[in-house]
Design a protein around this ligand. Structure first.
Ligand code: B12
Length: 194
């Protein structure tokens, strides 16, 4: 039923608005319902899984025809499990004809953050990206995300590195090194200026 309803909504408002407005609102509302104890952890996980499936189905349907605009790497810092943003961004970038390498999150290396960072950085460099998106949802991982961004920006001076997501609220662009950009709160705004 969720897939059918989402198809109806996409027909009505278009895929991009569905991604940045509907998905984000549904997830915010779900988080709120869990926080207010209206739903349990299992229900929250189930909604997240259904929504992820819906985004993946729609991302798969996006066809890139002709020459690509460039390569974009999307990743999360170690510890941050919030990967719905990666999936949504993947679709929005595919629409703009970018080849997307979504490394994702779910890194559980515990104390070995340095090893995780090396793995992310080395892999990202190997893809020769034009743009890198680092998504941070939980504020405590921002410090490490900035570290990854700085190392990537140094190794790839011609690549634009963006930091974005709920965890970046409160930082200002002036704090960031040259070559590192803070994503606009309006995701489409950032994407339209790439
Ligand atoms: C689903 C969810 C989870 C799932 C994640 C499943 C998964 N694999 O993705 C689970 C249940 C695992 C989870 C766990 C936790 N979560 Co949680 N979670 C959420 C929830 C409900 C929805 C997040 C989501 O998917 N949103 C949909 C996406 C599409 O929206 P988005 O991330 O904002 O991304 C948009 C933009 O920000 C932008 N964007 C994002 N990144 C980037 C990067 C760039 C470069 C650009 C251009 C744009 C961009 O693009 C998107 C489209 O516009 C939120 C509630 C909320 N208000 O969002 C809480 C929330 C994010 N979680 C929160 C917390 C606290 C936790 C836990 C610590 C809870 C706990 N005590 O265990 C753990 C931490 C786990 C971890 N180590 O990461 C807090 C975070 C507060 C904070 N900022 O620090 C929130 C806000 C809930 C709350 N109000 O307290 N969570």
């Amino acid at each position: 039923m969720a897939i059918q309803k989402s198809n109806e909504l996409i027909e009505l408002i278009g895929l991009q608005r569905f991604y940045v407005e509907s998905i984000t609102n549904i997830m915010t509302e779900t988080g709120k319902k869990w926080y207010d104890k209206e739903i349990g952890i299992a229900e929250e996980h189930m909604v997240t899984n259904i929504m992820k499936k819906i985004v993946e189905i729609n991302n798969y349907k996006i066809e890139i025809k002709g020459l690509i605009e460039g390569v974009v790497v999307i990743c999360n810092p170690e510890g941050d499990d919030h990967i719905m943003s990666n999936l949504v961004l993947e679709g929005l970038l595919k629409i703009r004809k970018y080849k997307v390498v979504n490394i994702g999150g779910n890194w559980y290396m515990g104390e070995k953050t340095k090893a995780t960072n090396t793995a992310i950085i080395d892999y990202a460099i190997g893809t020769k990206p034009d743009i890198i998106f680092i998504s941070v949802t939980i504020g405590r991982y921002l410090f490490n995300a900035k570290l990854i961004a700085e190392k990537l920006s140094k190794a790839l001076p011609d690549t634009k590195v963006f930091l974005g997501g709920l965890g970046t609220q409160g930082i200002i662009e002036d704090e960031l090194h040259e070559g590192i950009y803070l994503a606009n709160k309006d995701t489409l705004n950032t994407l339209n200026t790439l």
